[in-house]
Write a protein that binds this ligand. Structure first.
Ligand code: ACO
Length: 334
């Protein structure tokens, strides 16, 4: 599905992110499972990841990132018309994590708020929703948060998944574009349910409710067929990136930065090769944060903007793929 307009209708007005203070390094993993710093760095590019404290929940991380984004946009939380929290690690099954975020940040008590489940593509899905609400004048100001506490759903006895993921939150305040050409130029979102079991959690829902047996069999943890996801990611991220360029009448030379979902450095290298966008135009922070799923793009984007890496007027592509399988891309003129 595509939403595009040569003159953007919506724009990111402010960004914020939050990473828990505790850091788990590859050397820590060497003491937990049969792995090595060398294997993890060579196969993934990851050196360390942040892990939330036991007393923290996803909404705590999301609210902090949201507050920082609102401060960056110089907006009062009461000005929000919608809150979208993109996560696969909600505080609890009911209610939506967005409810707690609404309450904690001090948004209006009637501000609509919901969770969006699109795994690592969550932030791009969230931007697409925000853009649509603004475009149809149902909202003027939307808070989109990508937040994950993957440490809570990872099997720390499974070396093939545990080393990949970290916790964190990133947020964007999306509002009306100013008419100078800057803003959200297009979003393209996709899903393929045929790949549902390539990355999933078997138990804990209506199909297989929690029981002593499901816990014993460790069915509440993430299961992933890594190589299938890897191949699919390379193919789909490359095509979504190319679509973001071609559908807007641009060429590779017009792209200043790509903020890719930070899942695996080798996936990013392959997307660079296949899309023809030079590798030095990809912003990378995977070595410090690992894969933070839906939080990955807003964390990287906020870092890049605050560091002055991304400058006004530049064309920036976001691309992500995650469990579902879901994927997508967005083009922003900063
Ligand atoms: N340390 C040491 N060895 C390991 C580790 C580890 N942490 N993990 C796996 N291995 C072993 C395997 O057991 C296997 O051993 P074997 O040959 O004796 O059976 C060997 O390494 C090779 O395993 P592969 O799965 O072929 O390793 P690969 O190079 O494919 O890397 C990885 C695995 C990193 C998981 C890769 O497939 C990958 O990144 N896939 C995509 C994952 C991804 O991006 N997921 C998230 C996207 S969606 C989202 O973000 C929610």
């Amino acid at each position: 599905m595509a939403s595009k307009a040569r003159l953007p209708v919506s724009k990111i007005l402010g960004m914020g992110h939050y990473l828990p203070s505790r850091i788990l390094t590859n050397f820590d993993f060497e003491k937990m499972v049969d792995t090595s710093d060398q294997w993890i760095v060579e196969r993934t590019g990851i050196r360390e990841r942040h892990i939330a404290a036991p007393e923290e929940a996803a909404s705590d991380l999301a609210a902090e990132a949201g507050r920082r984004a609102l401060a960056d946009a110089d907006l009062d939380p009461k000005e929000l018309d919608l809150i979208v929290v993109c996560t696969v690690t909600p505080d609890q099954p009911l209610p939506a994590t967005a409810m707690f975020v609404q309450r904690v940040i001090g948004a209006r008590s009637d501000c609509p708020a919901f969770d969006l489940v699109a795994a690592c593509a969550g932030f791009i899905y969230g931007l697409s929703v925000a853009d649509s609400f603004i475009r149809t004048e149902q909202a003027r100001c939307v808070l989109v948060v990508g937040v994950e506490m993957l440490s809570r759903i990872i099997d720390y006895e499974d070396r093939s998944t545990s080393v990949l993921f970290g916790d964190g939150a990133g947020a964007a305040v999306v509002g009306p574009a100013s008419g100078d050409g800057s803003g959200l130029v297009s979003t393209h979102i996709y899903a393929d349910g045929a790949m549902a079991e390539a990355l999933y959690i078997p138990a804990g829902g209506s199909r297989l409710p929690a029981s002593e047996q499901t816990v014993e069999e460790r069915l509440h943890y993430v299961r992933m067929t890594g190589q299938d996801v890897f191949k699919f990611a390379v193919k789909r991220l490359s095509s979504a990136t190319k679509t973001a360029i071609s559908s807007n009448g641009l060429s590779v030379r017009d792209i200043d930065w790509v903020i890719p979902h930070q899942a695996n450095l080798r996936i990013i290298d392959a997307v660079s090769q296949r899309s023809g966008i030079p590798r030095d135009r990809f912003y990378i922070n995977i070595e410090r944060v690992g894969n933070t799923s839906s939080a990955s793009i807003p964390i990287a984007l906020d870092e890049a903007v605050k560091a002055g890496t991304i400058e006004e007027g530049q064309n920036v592509i976001f691309c992500a793929l995650g469990g579902g399988i879901t994927w997508g891309s967005a083009l922003v003129r900063w």
